[in-house]
Write a protein of this length. Structure first.
Length: 151
């Protein structure tokens, strides 16, 4: 059983995240989408909303679970018996950042980080951009799955 966690804030889920999870399903038996809880961070969407957006987007997909967690990714991996961390790469900045974290995680544990390169059509999408479009009343619906809607 190959189980990976896909950690992030998902504030909100974007078509970029959606693409990585969809492609990840072909590599792993189970993907646990892990929403990190950081009490110092201000979010646009509540934890419940962020969780629901992902659950609805993957309701027809067996093998995708959504949970919230606190603390280190490697500790959470051990808790849920996951051997892999799935991450997406969009650009060189992502690579440099992710490289340092993956090396750190490797020094703390046996957990392997598996990277998927962003798809050409979603490489420019980031949650921060989506939030900016929403704040300025733009059409954010082209950037997110149908389950993500502002009330
Ligand atoms: P964090 O909260 O860790 O900054 P996010 O919640 O935005 O990150 O993203 C979680 C994961 O999804 C990260 O691995 C990030 O690189 C990846 N990701 C985000 N947007 C995209 C995209 N457009 N294409 C590919 N991967 C993406």
């Amino acid at each position: 059983m190959k189980r990976a966690i896909f950690p992030g804030s998902f504030d909100p889920l974007t078509l970029g995240h959606y693409d990585i999870i969809k492609r990840g399903i072909t590599l792993f038996d189970e993907i646990i989408v892990a929403i990190g809880v950081n009490s110092d961070k201000k979010y646009m969407f509540s934890l419940e909303e962020r969780k629901t957006f992902i659950e609805i987007a993957f309701k027809d997909e067996t093998g995708v679970y959504v949970v919230t967690y606190k603390g280190l990714n490697v500790d959470f991996c051990k808790e849920v018996n996951a051997e892999f961390i799935l991450r997406g790469l969009r650009n060189p900045a992502d690579f440099e950042f992710e490289k340092a974290i993956a090396h750190t995680n490797r020094s703390l544990s046996e957990i392997e980080t598996v990277f998927l390169l962003t798809s050409a059509g979603t490489s420019y999408i980031a949650s921060s951009i989506v939030r900016d479009v929403i704040r300025n009343n733009g059409d954010y619906t082209k950037l997110v799955p149908d389950s993500v809607r502002v009330k």
